[in-house]
Design a protein around this ligand. Structure first.
Ligand code: HPA
Length: 277
């Protein structure tokens, strides 16, 4: 089965569970340790991934697997609580299927969250970095293969992947609420092994401010579909080549959760700002 048909079936399954008249405007993807945002949603329906044909069931214990439909900051949202990573063995098409499902349901924008390792020594774990650009070092691209013209172009532009209007709303929300907000370049790797000191040094030289194992493929798929994109990374650890420390998953989850409150407040502020537009 080709992806468009697969996505139509997935969307039909969700539409069958959606409250009458509900149409999500913004899609959210909740990263490691960041599922707290889902608890802020005034829930209208929850659809487990197992009931959505074509969506794999997430294998990482730190991710749930359900689509949460409801309202956040007065905006109708659809949140993917649980995402799919290349390191789990999923194909690039599977990694982005959730995002394409939300596009099929009619969202106009995607807000991605993720945990990431800081590469700027001035950073502190537990803070939030607005992703203003990215480097895809996964060696994969979800647009490989036949292009589905109804979705987007063969060679989608990536000169401005992160929406300037949404970035401005995020900066304003952080300023209004006195939340420290870094901004920088996120580099996406395939994982799952963490980086060596030499790799960490290389990533910094390449111009990255934070490193993670998600987000970049999903952003590419969202831009291909013409969705506006905002992405925020919770800095869960800081990697310094001369003084590398282990960053076990427990620490990543703990510190990402610490960043969670600020991140939730920023996203709520962005949604409130969008409501007026
Ligand atoms: N490296 C890669 N991915 C990550 C890290 C890291 O240090 N922290 C959280 N996700």
């Amino acid at each position: 089965m080709q992806e468009p048909e697969r996505l139509r079936q997935a969307a039909a399954a969700v539409q069958g569970r959606m409250p009458a008249g509900f149409r999500p405007r913004v899609g959210l993807t909740l990263g490691t340790g960041l599922s707290g945002l889902a608890s802020k949603i005034q829930v209208k329906a929850r659809v487990p991934y197992a009931e959505i044909p074509g969506l794999p069931v997430s294998t990482v214990q730190s991710h749930q697997g359900e689509l949460v439909l409801g309202s956040l900051g007065g905006v109708a949202v659809a949140a993917l609580a649980g995402r799919f990573h290349l390191y789990e063995g999923y194909s690039p098409l599977e990694v982005v299927r959730g995002v394409r499902l939300l596009a099929e349901l009619g969202v106009e924008a995607m807000v991605f969250t993720c945990a990431a390792g800081g590469l700027d020594p001035a950073m502190q774990a537990g803070r939030v970095m607005l992703i203003k650009d990215h480097i895809n070092l996964t060696g994969q691209n979800p647009l490989t293969g036949p292009n589905f013209d109804a979705w987007g172009e063969r060679f989608p532009d990536m000169s401005q992947p992160y929406d300037p209007g949404l970035l401005a709303l995020a900066r304003r929300a952080a300023q209004d609420q006195k939340i420290t907000l870094y901004e920088g370049v996120y580099v996406g790797l395939r994982g799952p092994s963490m980086e060596t000191p030499a790799e960490t040094r290389m990533l910094r030289i390449l111009g990255a401010d934070a490193v993670g194992m998600s987000t970049v493929l999903e952003v590419i798929a969202a831009r291909h579909r013409g969705l506006k994109v905002l992405a925020c990374a919770a800095i869960s650890n800081v990697n310094i080549p001369e003084d590398m420390q282990p960053a076990p998953i427990e620490l990543v989850i703990e510190n990402a959760s610490k960043a969670g409150a600020g991140l939730e407040a920023i996203i709520a502020g962005v949604l409130a700002g969008m409501q007026g537009q």
